[in-house]
Design a protein around this ligand. Structure first.
Ligand SMILES: Cc1cc2nc3c(=O)[nH]c(=O)nc-3n(C[C@H](O)[C@H](O)[C@H](O)COP(=O)(O)O)c2cc1C
Length: 209
């Protein structure tokens, strides 16, 4: 497998460099690439291997376009509330978020990652769907695409259920946007590993790191 610029990346490079990409060109993702990305998403683990994850792909179909319009409103409201609620100052990040939500309807591919419940809602159910979401994002990265996992679809959950025939016993676990990245995206910013690992007991530094 190789990236869009034909530079193959290793699994570890993919893990180290996959970040939220919110700026996309208008280019579509070919069916074959999307199918392969979703195949890899479906290789993820889940409790008892029940594989409860389901993916509703929204592109250019009639209902997809209407769902993207609903989502666009929800994303703009979500970012607006976060921008003001969390006191974001003007910055390149705030600009890119604004652009992301303003252009939401043009997002080439939107995937609603769902979870088909086989019993009532459980606090741990996300553990059976989010690994698949991360597989999806990593597989997209392997092809040179970028994506972002988001939660702002929850603002229009009821409307999406009605529009897309999503049953009540199915959780709408995430909304993932995908496309060909536009411009350059910097490196990941993450805490140093020795801040997030303890050895032997909570709070004990792992001196071997
Ligand atoms: C559980 C979860 C919820 C997220 N929700 C949103 C969201 O609603 N909107 C959004 O733009 N990004 C969302 N993100 C993406 C994160 O903001 C992003 O992964 C994080 O800031 C790290 O940024 P980076 O991947 O660019 O380094 C979410 C990520 C996770 C894992």
């Amino acid at each position: 497998m190789s990236t869009a610029d034909d530079q193959p990346i290793t699994l570890l490079e993919g893990l180290a460099t996959t970040r939220a990409i919110r700026r996309y060109t208008d280019a579509e993702i070919p069916d074959a690439d999307l199918a392969t990305i979703l195949w890899h998403a479906g290789r993820a683990p889940s409790g008892s291997n029940r594989q409860p994850f389901r993916f509703v792909v929204l592109r250019t179909g009639d209902r997809a376009v209407r769902a993207k319009a609903l989502l666009g409103e929800a994303f703009r409201a979500g970012w607006n509330a976060k921008r003001h609620g969390d006191g974001y100052r003007p910055s390149a990040f705030a600009d890119s978020m604004q652009r992301y939500v303003d252009r939401f309807e043009q997002t080439p591919v939107v995937v609603l990652a769902c979870l088909e419940r086989y019993r009532g809602a459980s606090p741990y159910e996300g553990a059976s769907v989010y690994p698949a979401c991360q597989n999806l994002l990593l597989a997209a990265r392997a092809f040179g695409y970028g994506g972002a996992l988001t939660m702002w679809h929850l603002g229009v959950e009821d409307e999406l259920r009605a529009l897309l025939d999503i049953p009540v016993d199915v959780a709408l676990s995430a909304c993932i946007t995908l496309g060909v990245p536009e411009g350059r995206h910097g490196p990941l910013k993450r805490k140093p590993v020795d801040e997030i690992v303890f050895d032997d007991a909570w709070g004990q530094r792992a001196t071997w790191i």
